[in-house]
Design a protein around this ligand. Structure first.
Ligand code: HEM
Length: 450
């Protein structure tokens, strides 16, 4: 134990493994790490130490801790990735950047991910949602797999105009899956391990990006996507000014494209899956949601399809999305590393320590959310006080993909509830042991047209 950590309350469990076993077994239960956190918070208070997953860690919860950790003075904390994540995403990923460099990378991705920037992808997402759903009736549908395919096709299209079907998409998907599963793997880069396979898949993904980038630079291919805007506006090589501090090297470009893929894929997949599961379990919410969408359809001249304006005006849907993110808390804790000494709740935190914000407890605090286990979108009728709801985080590292995630989910849900009804095939609330919380059984359903 770092010596100074001795004054922080908490137990470090067994040598080496610490409290990892109880942490992991709670993690895959239906209430997630809630019980693990709750028991310790009862005993030690809102700040306690533990040893999980090979790290001496201080967990904190509550709105004050959230405020300090998420918006604290620049440079006080930085994001704390596991070794495997760092290696796979590369050293120039915005997840590993801090201060000015971080801010600049955020600026580069803000425009294409803004509401206006996303408008040009609307038709693609809309058509893909309709076509995906048309394949559902008459078989067992694993929502998690379908959501994963859908969201990967969307982001592949957005970033590099990848066709939704065909050999390139298949390769992209296979490589991406290997990259994703290497994140939670053990850090041994030897052949046969998930980590090694992830690094190899990352190399193949970068080779694919290199060839697309060079086709674009040669003028052999032109697309109006994210990659094009980075190459034309923000790349060092293309601008010919290699000393231009504001431009990106190709390595930075690739690291950050991979970062967007990784950060945007599992999260949106999980959110869409949980949302459909919660609708199945809460018929009254489904009915109210369906009313909103049938009303949108009814107000439209017959024959025309969902429009951009309509998708940006779905107030009940927005609340259902927020309530899904609260109830599922798909990123159960946000991980930071103290970049300097600071004090919180009377405890001295030392530079270098891992400090995690326990978001599950914030999202299940009965003071903010009475009867916290209940799925109830009306909790979001009135604006909430800051730091009570952190589905997309807060502060300088708040999710830059929020508009895209909401757009994909709203379009998909519109077509789902207007055209289909479904029935769950299993009752199972356990969760996969991955960083992003997802139903273990992938939520199998059968679907019929309404
Ligand atoms: C429903 C889906 C999503 C959820 C629930 C979600 C949630 C979050 C949260 C909570 C954070 C902050 C984590 C922290 O403070 O440690 C975050 C950061 C991030 N998200 Fe999302 N996200 C979603 C979709 C997306 C999408 C679609 C993209 C990209 C296209 C994306 C890209 C990112 C990136 C790059 C960061 C890191 C930002 C930084 O460190 O500055 N996310 N997300």
């Amino acid at each position: 134990t770092p010596k100074a950590m001795e004054v922080i309350p908490g137990s470090l469990g067994w040598p080496v493994v610490g409290e990892s076993f109880s942490f992991l077994s709670e993690f895959s239960s239906s209430s997630g790490i809630y019980n693990f956190m709750h028991r310790r918070q009862e005993r030690y208070g809102k700040v306690f130490k533990t040893l999980v997953l090979g790290r001496f860690t201080v967990f904190m919860t509550g709105r004050d801790a959230a405020k300090i950790l998420l918006t604290g003075k620049d440079g006080m904390v930085s994001l704390n990735l596991f070794y495997t994540g760092k290696q796979v995403l590369g050293p120039t990923s915005l997840l590993q950047a801090t201060g000015e460099v971080h801010k600049r990378l955020r600026r580069l991705i803000a425009e294409p991910l803004s509401i206006d920037g996303l408008k040009k992808y609307f038709q693609f997402i809309n058509t893909l949602a309709i076509e995906t759903l048309e394949q559902w009736p008459g078989r067992t549908v694993f929502i998690l797999e379908e959501a994963s395919t859908f969201t990967l096709k969307v982001i592949g299209h957005m970033i590099m105009s990848l066709e939704p079907t065909g050999e390139e998409q298949e390769k992209f998907r296979a490589n991406f899956k290997l990259i994703s599963s290497s994140f939670a793997s053990l850090p041994f880069k030897i052949p046969g391990t998930a980590f090694h396979r992830g690094i190899k898949a990352r190399d193949r993904m970068y080779a694919m990006l290199d060839s697309i980038i060079s086709r674009r630079r040669n003028g052999d291919e032109f697309q109006q996507d994210f990659l094009e805007s980075l190459i034309m506006k923000h790349s060092k090589l293309t601008s010919g000014k290699e000393d231009n501090e504001d431009k990106l090297t190709d390595a930075q470009l690739k690291d950050n494209i991979l970062t967007l893929l990784v950060a945007g894929h599992d999260t949106t997949t999980a959110a869409l899956t949980w949302l459909i599961k919660f609708l199945g379990e809460n018929p009254a919410v489904l009915e109210q949601l369906r009313d909103e969408h049938l009303q949108i359809q009814a107000n439209r001249r017959s024959g025309t399809n969902l429009t951009w304006n309509e998708v940006n005006n779905m107030p009940y849907t927005a609340k259902v999305i927020s309530e899904t993110l609260r109830r599922a808390t798909i990123l159960p804790w946000f991980s930071r590393k103290a970049a300097q000494d600071f004090e919180i709740d009377g405890y001295k935190i030392k530079k270098g320590w891992s400090v995690n914000l326990d978001v599950v407890s914030i999202h299940h605090d009965p003071e903010s959310f009475p009867d916290p286990e209940k799925f109830d979108p009306s909790r979001f009728d009135a604006p909430l006080k800051p730091f009570r709801f952190l589905g997309f985080g807060s502060g300088p590292r708040m999710c830059p993909g929020i508009n895209l995630a909401k757009l994909e989910i709203s379009i998909f849900i519109h077509h789902l509830v207007c055209t289909y009804k479904w029935r769950a095939l299993e009752k199972d609330d356990s969760v996969q042991p991955t960083l992003v919380r997802m139903p273990r059984n992938k939520y199998p359903i059968v679907v019929e047209k309404l």
